[in-house]
Design a protein around this ligand. Structure first.
Ligand code: ATP
Ligand code: MG
Length: 405
């Protein structure tokens, strides 16, 4: 537009620019919506083109891009064509074409105005930006969908693994419960075994005493009865030998009877039997054994007395075998519902960790005491270290009503 232009020219100029601006404005509005299908949007844009050109009545348009070919109904090939490329990064090139279906007077670019060239380029640029933007959104959506699918797959995988783990844990817990039940049964069995062993021992000891012991005493009486007469028949020496042999056997039977099952335990109870046991150790092993036993100990349930006696016997044997002790003290303490045995020696000591569980090379004594105590609901505490002697504290519970004063 120039100042020298006539009013008519001016009017023409303004009308054309208004048409172009309308096309640009409407296209821009359409492009604000990201959600509609691209083909629908292009169909609306393509019909905005003919009215924006100088001769709308003979104008047709086409937009083609990425497999889409959208045109106004009259569009066909024409020698009067203006086009602009739409170049999308990573996509196939497309184009906008505007044609005059009939010849019109020449202008700047054939029959087309310079402003129309600018308009078509602007529209191509707008479409390029819009399509690029839509492409990016689609990529993001695709990536999102992919991610979601992966998350779902992974979640499914994890929940499968989780279910497998849960069932493994259940299995493990079941196995654990079975082991605990077995342990309980084994402890019960061991307790029953040791009680029945004590009963068997007592029966054997009684048999030894009542039958063999009595028979031997009777034989001795008989043999010594005819001893005087053997002087005359020259058997005196042999008779004396027989008598000496009988004395030895009687003594041996008595000792064996006590060893198998000390009657003192059943007849006089735990206190007296521990005193007797201490004496045996002093006599046999020549070391000091001191017992501290409360006066009011009375009688405890047989199971407890037998177990306590056998435990002290094992502890004293260990003191002889391992501790090389000079002195051992055994102290009993009685509370309302448990018996406490404290055994202390001045020997070489040991590291209890190695001793309190059964191992391939370890012994059975302390392990068995611990197991029996666990069965009875009691406990054992071993306080020792190499070079420091050893102190063992056994707590043996019993029902108070089973105690006899
Ligand atoms: N009073 C002690 N002083 C030093 N070491 C001890 C004492 N008591 C036990 N030990 C150590 O603890 C280990 C385990 O003792 P435990 O009575 O269980 O088995 P053991 O005496 O070796 O064999 P078992 O009792 O079966 O004949 C012993 O081998 C010994 O090394
Ligand atoms: Mg032992």
């Amino acid at each position: 537009m120039r100042f020298s232009d006539s009013p008519n020219q001016l009017q023409f100029f303004l009308r054309e620019r208004t048409k172009e601006l309308t096309a640009l404005h409407k296209t821009a509005r359409l492009m604000q919506d990201d959600s509609r299908p691209i083909a629908d949007l292009l169909a609306e844009v393509v019909v905005l083109l003919p009215p924006a050109w100088q001769y709308p009545e003979v104008t047709a348009a086409r937009i083609s891009i990425g497999g889409l070919d959208i045109k106004t109904p009259e569009f066909r090939g024409s020698p009067w064509m203006m086009s602009a490329e739409i170049q999308i990064i990573g996509g196939e090139p497309g184009s906008i074409e505007v044609v005059y279906l009939e010849e019109r007077p020449d202008s700047v670019e054939g029959p087309f105005l310079a402003e129309e060239r600018e308009l078509i380029e602007s529209l191509a640029e707008m479409l390029r930006n819009y399509l690029q933007h839509r492409l990016a959104i689609e990529e993001i959506k695709k990536a999102n969908d992919n991610l979601e699918r992966l998350v779902q797959e992974r979640t499914l995988e994890l929940s499968t693994t989780n279910a497998a783990l849960q069932s493994q844990i259940l299995e493990h817990e079941r196995a654990q419960q079975e082991i605990v039940a077995y342990q309980k049964q084994l402890r019960k069995l061991a307790a029953e075994l040791s009680l029945s062993e004590a009963r068997d021992r007592r029966a054997i000891a009684s048999d030894l005493h009542d039958h063999i012991g009595q028979a031997l005493a009777f034989i001795r009486m008989k043999v010594s009865g005819f001893r005087g007469e053997t002087v005359f028949c020259g058997f005196e020496e042999s008779t004396s030998e027989i008598l000496a042999l009988l004395d030895q056997t009687i003594q041996y039977t008595r000792t064996l009877t006590f060893q198998i099952s000390p009657p003192v335990l059943y007849e006089l109870g735990l206190g007296a039997s521990l005193d007797w046991l201490a004496e045996q150790f002093i006599k046999k092993h020549h070391f000091q054994v001191e017992t501290i036993i409360p006066r009011n100990i009375g009688r405890l349930p047989e199971e407890i007395e037998v177990f306590a006696f056998r435990s002290v016997q094992e502890i004293l044997t260990n003191a002889v075998k391992h501790a090389k002790a000079n002195r051992v003290q055994i102290k009993l303490g009685l509370a309302a519902n448990n018996l406490e045995i404290t055994a202390e020696d001045d020997g070489i000591g040991f590291t209890p960790r190695q001793a309190d569980s059964a191992s391939i090379d370890g012994g059975f004594g302390l392990f068995s005491i611990r197991e029996r105590l666990t069965h009875l609901g009691g406990s054992i505490l071993i306080d020792s270290a190499p070079g420091r002697g050893a102190r063992l504290i056994l707590k043996i519970p019993f029902a108070p009503e089973t105690r006899q004063q």
